[in-house]
Every structure is written in C-alpha cells, then in structure tokens.
Design a protein around this ligand. Structure first.
Ligand SMILES: O=C(O)c1cc(=O)[nH]c(=O)n1[C@@H]1O[C@H](COP(=O)(O)O)[C@@H](O)[C@H]1O
Length: 266
C-alpha cells in the first residue's frame, strides 16, 4: 500500500487506528477455545467487528509462532482474510545480515501479503535495506520504544544526542517517507516534539495506548502532521475488551471510541 492510499483510508474513515492482533491462545473466550481453528475464528470476529473503524491491523507474530505450525497457519489465514483495503503489519521485529534479511522480506512481502514489517535497526544498514526494496511495502524501524528497557540503550547519550535520535537521523537517510516508518511508543510523549524536529515527514507507528497507558490526545497534538503521519496501535484494549461471548461487540465499541476521538484530531 502506498502512502497516498494509506492516507486516503485514514481520511475516508476518520481514523488512524491500528488494531493489534496479539491473539493469546490462553485468552480466547471459552465458547471458541475448544475449536481447532479458534485463533483464526477469534481474529475473524475481531476483524469483522473493527473493519470500518480502523485502517490497519498489526499481527504480532510472536503469539502465532509460539503455537508452531498451527499458529503460523492461523496467521496466514488471518492476513489473507484482512484483505487489500487495510494496511497489514507483520510485527516480527526482524533484521539480520543482508542475505538473511532478504529472506525475511520475502517471507512477509512475497509469500505473505503484508504491507510492512517491524525491523530492529541494531545490525545497521544492510540489515534494513532488503525491506526497503519492494514497491509499495514498508519497513517500520524501532525508534524509541514504549517499554522501560528503552532507557538501557535508546535513551543513552551517543555523540551529541541520544542513541534513538541517531537511529532516526541515520535510518531516515536509507529510505524515504514513502517506504520507511518509525515505531515510537505512546508512553514516550515528552519525546514527540523532538522526534518531529528530526523526522517531520515520516509516518510513526505508535503502540502503547490502552493497556500501557499512553495518551492518544497528547500524541496526536504533538506528532500529527498535514497528512496525519500517525498509526496508533491498540492491542489488548480492543481484542480483550470482553473475555466473554460478546468479545467482538465489545471490541467494536472500543475501536469506535478510538475512531471518534481520532476524528476530533484529524
Ligand atoms: O513494535 C511494536 O509494535 C511495539 C513497540 C513498542 O515500543 N512497544 C510495543 O508495545 N509494541 C507492540 O505493540 C503492541 C502493544 O500491545 P498493547 O499494549 O496490548 O496495546 C504489542 O504487540 C507490542 O509488541
């Protein structure tokens, strides 16, 4: 999906919500959990319930890989079920020597129809480049993450700034704002102004609202740009809004609330 197509989806729907399909097999409601296809059926119900209120889905591959081939099959079925209108992110946090990253890119962009993969930048340019070589596909590189471990490296001084600032500056020269986004955690709200000084044009994938407590209002006020430039992810707050038979209507209601609030910022 190109930036233009993504931006059109955002303004058509009045939403920059990304629903995170972090589907934990131990949290599937009881009425589904005995079904051999439970993970996919859960995802399908969530997708049907949130299609109109979100523009992206982020599949966190860990939750699927943890189940072996059964999980991978559920992920494949899910990404195909989402279809072409939504921006599909493989949250796999990949990145390795060039010929290995080539294979990761092939896995998510050719074998599977994802639009974007999250990438860890630690191994440098040759580990990120393979993800930038596909027309209409995106690398979403970790910038400043939402977790407390961000302090261990990302927020440490490096040269004349912080390490994450160096990552944003350097990585942004490897691609363009048409094929490269950055992850910035919603819990890092005080950094958003500085981040927009460094990368004024790039889309940001912002996880950390909902269960991790980040403020949608604060992020939107500090980091929204003229064509929005934000995808805000919520996983647990949406998909586990209820653990009962009404889980999909509860998810729909939470996603709608996010969409309505987002509409006021767009
Ligand atoms: O890359 C990510 O998506 C990510 C980066 C980050 O800094 N923090 C973060 O929480 N995430 C992911 O975003 C999702 C957040 O989930 P919830 O806290 O349940 O909304 C999970 O899939 C995390 O792996």
């Amino acid at each position: 999906m190109t930036r233009e197509q993504l931006v059109k989806q955002i303004y058509d729907k009045g939403s920059y919500l990304c629903v995170g399909l972090d589907t934990d097999s131990t949290k599937i409601p009881a009425h589904l959990s005995g079904n051999p296809d439970a993970i996919f059926l859960f995802n399908k119900a969530i997708i049907d319930a949130t299609r109109e209120t979100c523009v992206a889905y982020k599949i966190n591959t860990a939750f699927y890989e943890a189940l072996g081939t059964k999980g991978w099959d559920a992920m494949e079925k899910t990404v195909h079920y989402i279809g072409a209108d939504h921006f599909k992110i493989a949250d796999a946090k990949r990145g390795d020597i060039g010929n290995t990253s080539d294979q990761y890119a092939k896995a998510f962009f050719e074998t599977l129809p994802f639009d974007a993969v999250t990438v860890a930048p630690y191994m440098g340019e040759d580990s990120v480049r393979p993800f930038l070589e596909y027309e209409g596909k995106w690398a979403i590189v970790l910038g400043l993450t939402s977790n407390k471990g961000a302090r261990d490296f990302e927020l440490q001084a490096s040269g004349d700034g912080l390490l994450y600032e160096k990552v944003l500056k350097t990585v942004s020269s490897w691609g363009t704002s048409q094929n490269l986004m950055f992850v910035v955690g919603a819990t890092q709200a005080e950094a958003f102004t500085r981040i927009r000084e460094l990368i004024p044009d790039h889309f940001l994938l912002v996880p950390g609202v909902g269960a991790q407590g980040g403020s949608l209002q604060e992020i939107s006020e500090k980091a929204m740009i003229k064509d929005c430039g934000l995808l805000v992810n919520a996983s647990r707050a949406v998909i586990y809004a209820s653990g009962q038979e009404d889980f999909s209507s509860a998810a729909a209601a939470v996603a709608k609330q996010y969409q309505e609030e987002m509409g006021t910022y767009l």
